[in-house]
Design a protein. Structure first.
Length: 176
């Protein structure tokens, strides 16, 4: 199964802790980094692109949304995708991502594609802005724009460094 994820290596954190002469406890640090990355993902959905602004919704997408598209926001129709992100701690790294296939399509975007009726249906039924409900035998979709759901690797490492700085301050406070 395809997924979208970002991983952070903690070797720099281990080196920083060793330089202080302390024993690095990687599990609490990795959990904190995972929580911070998940918080960033949530912020990304709220801001419609925290690092890279997302493309606005097309008029046809807005017209097809529940309630006629009032207050329609990119990737927030049900909230299911935003809730699908998880954090996994492994040896020396933390990974945040989702296995939701739709998240992969939205994160990277898609090329134009053709939609055909399924289940022996002869027509597709969809809503077009300004026209209402339309029936067609085929739809040539222009493709989805890329709307990055996760921070870039560089930004994720910066977030992990921020967590490390706060973690080191907390640890050194305990040594005083």
């Amino acid at each position: 199964m395809t997924s979208v994820d970002v991983s952070v290596d903690i070797k720099p954190a281990q080196q920083a802790m060793l330089a202080l002469g302390g024993i690095f406890q990687q599990q609490p640090y990795l959990v904190l980094v995972g929580q911070r990355l998940l918080a960033w993902v949530n912020q990304n959905f709220v801001q419609h692109g925290a690092e890279i602004p997302w493309a606005p919704l097309s008029p046809n997408t807005i017209a097809s949304r529940r309630g006629g598209g009032v207050g329609a926001q990119p990737l927030r129709d049900t909230g299911r995708m935003a809730m699908s992100f998880v954090s996994e701690v492994g040896p020396g790294m933390v990974t945040v991502g989702t296995a939701d296939q739709m998240a992969v399509w939205h994160h990277f975007g898609t090329r134009p594609y053709t939609i055909h009726p399924k289940n022996r249906k002869r027509f597709l039924r969809f809503t077009v802005a300004g026209k209402g409900v339309v029936y067609s035998r085929v739809v040539h979709h222009p493709g989805l724009p890329a709307r990055p759901l996760l921070p870039s690797q560089i930004f994720a490492e910066r977030l992990a460094t921020d967590v490390l700085t706060a973690y080191l301050e907390e640890v050194t406070r305990g040594l005083r």
